[in-house]
Design a binder for this molecule. Structure first.
Ligand SMILES: Cc1cc2nc3c(=O)[nH]c(=O)nc-3n(C[C@H](O)[C@H](O)[C@H](O)COP(=O)(O)OP(=O)(O)OC[C@H]3O[C@@H](n4cnc5c(N)ncnc54)[C@H](O)[C@@H]3O)c2cc1C
Length: 819
């Protein structure tokens, strides 16, 4: 321990678990930053010391897989750098399958692994028996085998990271508790502790399960829930190899790892137990260093029974120790990283859902980079703290959803599965009406949104399966309705912001890649880029008047986009931004008959001459002044009608009445997905992310490089436009219409992998599966390179022939996307 506590530091890291130590290490090693790390107890005394130490790498996000792969690379070489062992053993990992759905899941996972550059094999029960002879394999269909996974000693890695951090100049102070912050507005100026105060520029909150209460000291919401997690450590088991692979047996809900000749065995139960501390606000006690709960064999029995069935030798083996410790879990099973939108200088790294040891090395790397540069170094959207919203301040909601996510940790991951807890959360004024139309809802950022509408002879609920699901035909009907007639989508969950002020136009021109400060009444489809030219946001900007802009973006990116725009507004300028999401309902009236319907409910002239594409008008519908935006994501004539919330029901009723002769019906989000796939519209978060620039994404036309206006990412865009592109987004169809595309399928060009699908689904008008993905080539992806290839997609480990498309798949005469 170093003394005394310094009075200032550039960065204060709170928490001496694996995440805090890794972040401090990378801040100092990679950026030479002046860092103080504060730990209220001793290093590792939170969740880290009692982790089981399994280290897996494959996740469904390419970036997170990259983060976990980095952890393994780091753990391999940390001993050389620091002289401290990490206990890293590359034992490989077996995942067992006992049924057909699980086996399909693994076949898809093996393809994902290949797409992400990881080795993963599917092995037979006989092979499993050979690799792990103590196991009963009689019920196995097979297993997946990841040879580069392994295990490590959580405390040893953390101590090695701490030593490495010190070697690079980090000052680590144990026994120092952070008790609050001095704030200047939303900026932390000083960190208060039980031993004095430290002035600093930036705080990184790596306080584990305490991160929620530490965040709250600065007004920051960190939606995590401590949950009890148990495992046992057995006596030695004769015949167990010291290098036995780690084992996950999800159908039995359990995992194993070899440890000093015995086994560590734990599991994920469907009935998890939250830790209710009894303290005000559910706070975690300050003095929980090296704390554990009492052994709970009643609750653990379910795992023990399954474990004995899998490894019969356990029946004869004594239990040396039970560990029952708390770990932070989150509502979607992903960790929480990045800059909190509520506070100008607090970054967070917490909520590691029992893979903090696997993630620790890489999470520290990316969090350090993010902290220093103010931008994530790669697409970290799935873990970004800005994926949450105000809803996540509701502790009861967070707890319910988190327990559901924990309970599903080992269940088969069916495509299109929705969470059930905490619903209905936020409903649009049309909720009851749409239910009357037999809507089947999904939930996005708390909003109930109609996914599809069940015909009378189909039960209005999703029936999960690995193949085509029960909604397939119904969504096809909705799709056709919009392509050929007219449908109406309730998209009230869209996030909506207003920017006002005499400097709003100039501020938005600097933030957006496209020209948005057009004449009042114009609207523009634009991206917002980071300094690398990566796509941070994808939105529509309508100029209502000289000093008022109306911005519409995706439901899920609400907090992120609002924070990004707010953070990049120039100081001292006359511009204010307001989130008006709940003020406006949104009805998207789409289809070739939409003009006939709209003209029947308004006196406004909605002819093409009076109301062309890419324009916005305030028109009166059913006694309400509606902001009508002529724009589309489905590729047909249509309008987004933004209605003052209270009028949404009345306007919907008017549209439905006027549309009756044209067969109007409500349609859902699954139809939107199918329609947009055919038209080649990109989806943010999958097809376009901070890893991709607009030129790679085929959106170079929406970048104002021909103007002299400076905008964030301009230099990177100029460089991208001048050099050969190393990857380009392309569309694919498979010739076999029965193939199920979900995204992450490997793209083969002339038999070699060149990328993977970022999204996939089915186009009902073309009658084929459709996917999008980046084709990569280090020497550049020219038109000729694309055209000369012969393509296949690897779908659930099988290659199927595919065709590449660089133009929309359906109907070039439909509504344009350009505005
Ligand atoms: C039973 C169990 C088994 C697990 N098994 C695995 C596994 O096999 N593989 C895996 O990858 N992960 C596993 N985990 C998860 C892993 O332990 C965690 O994800 C990881 O340790 C989290 O690290 P952390 O640094 O975020 O939190 P912590 O280790 O809890 O560190 C946070 C630190 O912040 C300090 N702190 C809090 N508040 C303050 C304050 N106000 N001032 C100063 N300091 C403060 C705390 O004292 C604590 O030391 C397991 C967890 C449990 C419970």
């Amino acid at each position: 321990m170093e003394n005394p506590l310094p009075s200032q530091a550039r960065i204060v890291v709170i928490g001496g678990g694996i995440i805090g130590c890794s972040t401090a290490y990378h801040l100092a090693r990679d950026h030479g930053a002046d860092v103080v790390l504060l730990e209220q107890g001793t290093l590792t005394s939170g969740s880290t010391w009692h982790a089981a130490g399994l280290v897996g790498q494959l996740r469904s996000s390419a970036s997170i897989t990259q983060v976990l792969k980095y952890s393994v690379e780091l753990y391999k070489q940390l001993e050389t750098e620091t002289g401290l062992q990490t206990g890293w053993k590359m034992t490989g990992c077996l995942r067992l399958a006992t049924n057909a759905d699980r086996w399909t899941e693994y076949r898809r996972l093996a393809t994902t692994a290949r797409s992400f550059g990881m080795e993963m094999h599917l092995v037979s029960p006989e092979e499993v028996k050979r690799m792990w002879p103590l196991m009963d394999t009689s019920d196995l269909v097979g297993a997946s085998w990841l040879p580069t996974d392994g295990q490590a000693s959580p405390s040893d890695i953390t101590q090695a990271l701490a030593r490495g951090a010190r070697m690079h100049g980090v000052r680590i102070h144990e026994g120092v508790r952070v008790t609050g912050f001095d704030m200047d507005g939303n900026r932390i100026t000083r960190v208060r502790t039980n031993q004095g105060v430290i002035a600093c520029e930036t705080v990184v909150n790596c306080a584990g399960q305490w991160a929620r209460q530490v965040g709250a000291m600065a007004g920051v919401s960190v939606p995590l829930q401590p949950v009890k997690h148990q495992y046992i450590v057995t006596e030695r088991i004769p015949g167990l190899a010291p290098d036995a692979p780690t084992l996950r047996d999800p159908d039995r809900g359990i995992y194993f790892k070899e440890e000093v000749g015995g086994l560590v065995m734990g599991g994920y139960e469907p009935n998890p137990q939250s830790w209710h501390t009894g303290l005000p606000g559910g706070d975690v006690p300050d003095d929980w260093q090296f704390g554990l709960f009492d052994d709970d064999y009643d609750h653990f029995e379910q795992h023990l029974t399954q474990a004995i069935a899998r490894v019969p030798a356990l029946e004869e083996t004594g239990v040396k120790q039970m560990i029952n410790g708390p770990e932070s879990f989150t509502p979607d099973g992903n960790f929480i990283l990045g800059q909190a939108h509520e506070c100008a200088n607090m970054f967070v790294g917490a909520g590691f859902n029992a893979f903090g040891i696997a993630a620790g090395g890489g999470a520290g790397w990316v969090l350090a980079d993010w902290t220093m540069k103010g931008e994530a170094p790669l697409d970290l959207w799935v873990v970004d703290i800005r994926r949450f919203s105000e809803l996540h301040r509701d502790r009861a909601w967070v707890e319910a959803r988190t327990l559901e996510a924990y309970g599903k940790h080992y269940t088969v991951a069916f495509p299109h599965e929705e969470y059930e807890s905490g619903r209905p959360g936020i409903t649009s004024p049309l909720y009851e009406r749409l239910k009357g139309h037999r809507a089947v809802f999904g939930s996005k950022l708390g909003w109930e949104r109609p996914n599809w509408f069940a015909p009378d002879d189909v039960a209005p609920r999703d029936e999960l399966s690995m193949g085509r699901q029960n909604w397939f035909d119904a969504v096809g009907e909705e799709h056709r309705l919009v392509r050929e007639g007219v449908g109406v989508f309730d998209q009230s969950s869209f996030a909506k912001f207003e920017l006002r002020g005499s400097d709003a136009a100039a501020a938005l021109e600097r933030i957006c890649a496209n020209r948005v400060a057009r004449d009042p009444g114009r609207l523009t489809y634009t991206q917002i880029l980071n300094s690398r030219g990566g796509i941070e946001a994808d939105l529509t900007v309508a100029r209502v008047s000289d000093d008022l802009f109306y911005v519409v973006t995706g439901t899920g990116s609400r907090t992120h986009d609002l924070a990004w725009i707010t953070d990049h507004l120039p100081g001292g300028a006359d511009v204010r931004i307001e989130d008006v999401t709940e003020g406006w309902g949104t009805l998207s009236l789409m289809g070739p008959k939409s003009r006939e319907v709209l003209s029947a409910v308004t006196d406004a002239d909605v002819s093409n001459a009076a109301f062309p594409f890419g324009h916005m008008r305030e028109i009166e519908v059913a006694d309400h002044v509606v902001r009508a935006l002529r724009v589309t994501y489905v590729g047909e004539l249509g309008w987004e009608l933004h209605v003052p919330l209270a009028g949404t029901g009345k306007v919907f009723d008017a549209l439905m009445a006027a549309g009756k002769p044209h067969g109007i019906r409500p349609a859902g989000y699954r139809a939107i997905e199918s329609l947009r796939l055919e038209k080649g519209y990109r989806a943010w978060g999958s097809d376009i992310t901070p890893n991709d620039n607009p030129f790679e994404a085929g959106l170079g036309w929406a970048v104002k490089l021909r103007t002299n206006t400076d905008f964030i990412g301009r230099a990177a865009c100029e460089a991208a436009a001048a050099a050969p592109l190393k990857k380009r987004l392309a569309g694919f169809t498979t010739s076999d219409p029965s193939v199920v595309l979900l995204g992450r399928e490997t793209i083969l060009r002339n038999g070699s992998p060149v990328g993977y699908l970022t999204s996939g689904g089915f186009g009902y008008t073309v009658g084929l599966p459709i996917g999008y993905g980046y084709v990569r080539n280090a020497d550049g992806v020219s038109d000729a390179f694309l055209a000369e290839g012969s393509y296949e997609l690897v779908v659930a480990s099988e290659a199927v022939s595919a065709e590449l498309h660089m133009a929309p798949l359906h109907d070039p005469k439909g509504e344009r996307v350009k505005a």
